[in-house]
Design a binder for this molecule. Structure first.
Ligand SMILES: [Zn+2]
Length: 67
């Protein structure tokens, strides 16, 4: 089980947050388990359900939720 990336949070990660620095956008989508998913990019973070629902991102970032 991969845990949430937030400091001090030990809940299981169920979503992934990816920053697009070029477009100043943060994407949140489901964390897809399995060998084909590969390692996350260096600018992506796993989030638990609670943190995915209330992500903490810089004020100048647009948050896009992917279904
Ligand atoms: Zn969390």
């Amino acid at each position: 089980m991969q845990r949430c990336s937030r400091t001090g949070c030990d809940r299981p990660g169920t979503a992934v947050l990816v920053y697009d620095h070029v477009r100043s956008t943060a994407f949140i989508g489901p964390l897809i388990p399995g060998p084909s998913a590969g390692p996350p990019a260096s600018h992506s973070y796993r989030l638990c359900s609670g943190h995915a629902a209330r992500p903490v991102v810089p004020a100048d970032r647009v948050v896009v939720h992917l279904e």
